[in-house]
Design a protein around this ligand. Structure first.
Ligand SMILES: [Zn+2]
Length: 408
């Protein structure tokens, strides 16, 4: 699904010049010298719970740490995003935004204490996105203390609402009408671990909860009454038969209803989602979903309705993520590719669903980078992180931004 990494001799050359230059070398020493501090901040942030819609306490610590990392004009916006500038804004240029997300998938009351098992740190959210937040701070430090001069302003943001139910509300606000992101020249999200993947394609999605209701009745005595479960099952069979050519998926994830084995159900429900890299494709799949559900209910009504009341259908939107792509030819993607290979690793262009979905869909060049190290069991209580070459997460992000400054 992902195109091969591009080879661009001029960008590669720029990467090797910048990577071997004095400025990057001294920044690199700073990053390596403060690796333990970065790890300590990663643990401290992870140990403050940040369930969906409950990110405020972690946001407070993040604001304090941003200040200690050299950022200025730190503010928490109306939805809870914590923002800090590397250089004072107001130069009138279009900022580049670097971000990581505050929220986790874990509900309030989850034990978020971090424990050690050898080289492994264990704790819910330690990698996703405790690592991204810590690297955001390490990056700010390396930039403010290494005498790098930037041609544009840089805005650092710890976002709220990246995970499922948050429905990207942090970035939606940032890039909404009048939002500071609206004028951004680029967006880089630091999410999870690793130092090779570059997300330049946004997997968009639409999620639905569907309910069908009818009069219900006895399975023998009331036979002939429309059956909501039969109707939804008809639609599910149709969805299962749709041929998809690799750029989209359609999944019914949960289904249920009814009260007894010998009763015609009064209610049936299902939860489903469609995904695609293309916003157009999502629109057409959305239409298919609505049409097929309506048709399935109508078919059941037509077949079974013998004087009884007709079934009703309700489709509730559970969330939408826009899809999109930032071209491999875009300066930001070229910079990230060259930075990755400049550090000696093979870049991988991949598709995922992250905070970058929103700016990408707006046509703002956007990528998501891993924040270094290795992690596993993401989104479970057994989530772990190992700081194996974790510094590469900071170094790659820094080199990408330095190259972007050179290229554009
Ligand atoms: Zn994440």
């Amino acid at each position: 699904m992902s195109p091969p990494p591009i080879q661009d001799p001029s960008t590669e050359r720029a990467a090797s010049v910048v990577a071997s230059g004095e400025v990057f070398t001294s920044a690199r020493a700073e990053i390596r010298g403060t690796d333990e501090r970065t790890l300590a901040e990663q643990i401290a942030l992870t140990e403050i719970e940040a369930p969906p819609f409950g990110e405020a306490a972690r946001g407070l610590l993040m604001a304090e740490l941003m200040k200690r990392s050299g950022l200025v004009d730190i503010e928490t916006d109306a939805v809870g995003n914590v923002c800090g500038w590397l250089a004072p804004p107001g130069r009138g240029d279009r900022p580049v935004i670097v971000s990581a997300h505050l929220d986790t998938v874990f509900p309030p009351g989850t034990d978020v204490r971090v424990t050690r098992d050898g080289d492994r740190l264990l704790g819910p959210g330690i990698g996703d996105d405790g690592r991204g937040l810590a690297v955001l701070l390490a990056l700010a430090r390396a930039m403010s203390y290494s005498g790098i001069s930037w041609s544009r302003s840089l805005l650092f943001v710890a976002t709220v609402g990246e995970e499922g139910v948050g429905n990207l509300r942090g970035v939606r606000h940032l890039f909404g009408d009048g939002g500071v992101g609206r004028e951004a020249a680029g967006f880089v999200s630091l999410d999870g671990a690793g130092h090779q993947s570059i997300v330049n394609q946004a997997v968009g999605s639409r999620r639905y909860r569907v309910s069908a209701t009818g009069p219900g009745g006895h399975s023998w005595a009331d036979w002939g009454t429309a059956n909501p479960l039969h109707a939804l099952a008809g639609a599910v069979a149709h969805f299962g038969g749709i041929e998809l050519d690799g750029d989209a998926t359609i999944t019914v994830g949960r289904m249920g209803g009814g009260t007894s084995i010998n009763a015609i159900p009064e209610k049936a429900w299902l939860e489903m989602e469609v995904r695609s890299l293309s916003e157009e494709r999502l629109e057409s799949l959305d239409q298919t979903v609505r049409e097929q559900l309506a048709r399935a209910v109508e078919d059941e009504n037509t077949k079974r309705l013998h004087g009884s009341a007709a079934m009703g259908l309700e489709i509730e939107d559970l969330g939408q993520r826009p899809g999109g792509t930032t071209s491999p030819d875009e300066a930001l993607v070229r910079a990230a590719v060259a930075a990755t290979s400049g550090l000696g690793y093979a870049p991988e262009l991949v598709a995922s669903s992250t905070d970058a979905n929103v700016p990408m869909a707006l046509g703002i060049p956007s990528i998501t980078l891993g924040a270094g190290g290795v992690m596993g069991r993401m989104h479970t209580l057994d989530e772990w992180y190992e700081n194996s070459q974790g510094v590469l997460g900071v170094e790659r992000a820094l080199l990408t931004l330095m190259l972007l400054d050179t290229l554009s």
